[in-house]
Design a protein around this ligand. Structure first.
Ligand SMILES: *Cc1c(COP(=O)(O)O)cnc(C)c1O
Length: 373
């Protein structure tokens, strides 16, 4: 027998694949439960924008044709909204695809990428797959009252050396929900060598009240080494379609597009995303529901004496001080799927997405029942 593992490239030999949230269907099959509440993957509990649904349905008629590889119309809409030009926008099959393009363009053996502990899992995976070194910065201390487990920018800066080609930052961060403020982030980027690509991952930015978070897209003129990534998977409710984008200077954009797979943004996704972008009402409703849900969780979990990390995403991270994996299993048996985050270095925590008020209440009740036994 040939041991194929030995023949894989060194980066892949050591790779642990991404563990997604458990699909509701799978749990239904396993336990035969009638009602499953899935709060595991930060999906939009309101579904998708009705305008996007309509556009997607219309686009089905053209599925015999390849998509528009340039994504002309979606890029034009995005450019207009962001007040920049289309040649500064990269489309991806989800923003993960854009993160991967950056890794494939700038990382390889002998190079490294810097990111924070307890940050988005794909940073480590894409780095490792390229045979580059992932340098994991210590997070803010767990006892910090403001942003426990969040990005510590000074720790990150300390890890940057001549071989550092990429720095990944999520703002707000997943799975912690913590965030970075404008001045600190700007000073960090300013102090980095201009040869280091800064990936500012803003997957949740549309959930945040204006003024609370910096808008990284405003900085791409000033920093040719900055790329800001965003997605239609979260507030726009199009996770299943796989569409996201990156915003950067034209030079960086052209470079990473050299490694882009042809037709990576599919034709249904292109049309749906275009429509979703115009659906301000759906976005506003989603953000409002999310704010209420965050408050509902905070209140209930505090009343239960639990430690909840500050969050401005569509999820909260709760520190139970005991095995999150066990609690996850017990919640599963009650039909509630949350996300264990041991693989993010947080074995005592669970990440819980904000659902509808009713779903949140079911989750809170299940948790009360589990913790009282
Ligand atoms: C969800 C998420 C993404 C992107 O997901 P896609 O579906 O690939 O767009 C990127 N970064 C973070 C931090 C996320 O939580």
């Amino acid at each position: 027998m040939v041991d194929l593992l030995k023949h894989a490239v060194p980066g892949v030999q050591g790779l642990h694949p991404y563990v997604p949230g458990k699909p509701a269907e799978e749990l239904e099959r396993e336990l035969g439960l009638a009602r499953i509440v899935k709060l595991a993957s930060n999906e939009n509990p309101l579904g998708m924008s009705p305008r996007a649904a309509e556009a997607a349905t219309e686009a089905l008629a053209g599925l015999n044709l390849y998509p528009d590889d340039t994504g002309f119309r979606l890029k034009a809409r995005l450019a207009e909204r962001l007040d920049m030009s289309s040649d500064q926008i990269t489309l991806g099959a989800g923003s993960s695809d854009v993160l991967d393009m950056v890794a494939r363009t700038f990382l390889g053996p002998g190079r490294n990428a810097v990111f924070s502990a307890h940050s988005f899992a794909m940073y480590a995976i894409y780095t490792q797959a390229m045979g580059a070194e992932g340098r994991v910065a210590d997070p803010v201390s767990a006892d910090d009252a403001v942003m426990p487990y969040g990005h510590d920018l000074s720790q990150m800066a300390a890890l940057v050396d001549e071989q550092t080609k990429v720095v990944f930052i999520a703002n707000p961060n997943n799975p912690t929900g913590t965030w970075l403020e404008e001045t600190a982030l700007l000073e960090f980027i300013e102090a980095l060598p201009k040869s280091v690509i800064v990936v500012l991952d803003e997957a949740y930015t549309e959930y945040v009240k204006p003024g609370l978070l910096p808008d990284g897209t405003k900085w791409v003129e000033q920093f040719p080494n900055l790329i800001v990534t965003r997605t239609f998977s979260k507030i726009y409710g199009l996770a299943g379609l796989r569409i996201g984008y990156g915003v950067a200077g034209a030079e960086l954009t052209a470079l990473i597009n050299r490694v882009r797979h042809p037709f990576n943004a599919n034709s249904v996704a292109l049309r749906a995303a275009e429509a979703a972008l115009e659906d301000d009402d759906f976005v506003a409703r989603s953000a409002a529901l999310n704010r209420e849900g965050l408050a509902q969780y905070q209140k209930a979990f505090h009343a239960m004496g639990l430690k909840v990390l500050p969050s401005i995403g569509n999820f909260v991270c709760v520190d139970f001080g005991r095995s999150g994996a066990e609690l996850f299993d017990q919640l599963l048996r009650r039909g509630v799927i949350v996300r264990p985050v041991g693989n993010y270095g947080l074995p005592d925590c669970l990440r819980i997405s904000v659902g509808t008020a009713e779903e949140n209440a079911i989750c809170i009740e299940a948790l009360q029942s589990v913790l009282s036994t």
